[in-house]
Design a protein around this ligand. Structure first.
Ligand code: FE2
Length: 179
């Protein structure tokens, strides 16, 4: 049983405020990718999907004269740091297990190494799932942050992914109980 679902995360006003800045289509696609990668690499599929859904919640709108400035963003951005903190706060508020909230926050913190002086992160399978999923959905110039959708569609996609995660978790429980 999960304490928190993806749907609950999306519906929370804090998530509504910050997630949409970075583009909700990108967040949902990344969550789906992370779920599939986690199933293969043995990471926790629920944590991977949650971290991926929230990975850009620290996104800041780097605009120059009203237009998105990719160079400015690349130079000054710390969205992984901000995102880890925001996601942790939101998950704890929603009642996530503290251990899981920490693990998710760390996967968000390490989903990119663009802000680190030397690019040498050694990632756990969970952190790898989130970082790879993000890369799979990226578009040149940061355009993946600007795809359009509506809340109704997003909710349906997240409800579907919630069911997939729950099925995966009960499959794992059965596997463990017979082994
Ligand atoms: Fe991203």
């Amino acid at each position: 049983m999960r304490n928190v679902t993806l749907t609950q995360i999306f519906e929370h006003p804090y998530a509504q405020k910050y997630m949409k800045r970075a583009g909700i289509v990108h967040a949902v696609s990344t969550a789906y990718h992370a779920f599939h990668i986690a199933k293969k690499n043995g990471a926790d599929a629920d944590s991977a999907a949650k971290a991926a859904l929230l990975h850009d919640i620290g996104h800041y709108t780097w605009y120059n004269n009203g237009t998105w400035d990719y160079d400015l963003y690349k130079e000054n951005d710390i969205h992984a740091i901000k995102g880890a903190e925001r996601a942790h706060k939101l998950l704890v508020r929603l009642g996530e297990e503290p251990k899981k909230a920490k693990e998710i926050a760390l996967a968000i913190l390490l989903h990119t190494d663009s802000y680190l002086p030397d690019h040498s992160i050694v990632r756990t399978p969970l952190q790898e799932a989130v970082a790879k999923a993000d890369e799979m959905d990226e578009e040149p110039g940061g355009m993946h942050h600007y795809r359009k959708t509506n809340d109704e569609k997003v909710l349906r996609m997240l409800e579907k992914l919630d069911r997939m995660i729950e099925n995966e978790m009960s499959d794992q429980t059965i596997k463990h109980s017979v082994s």
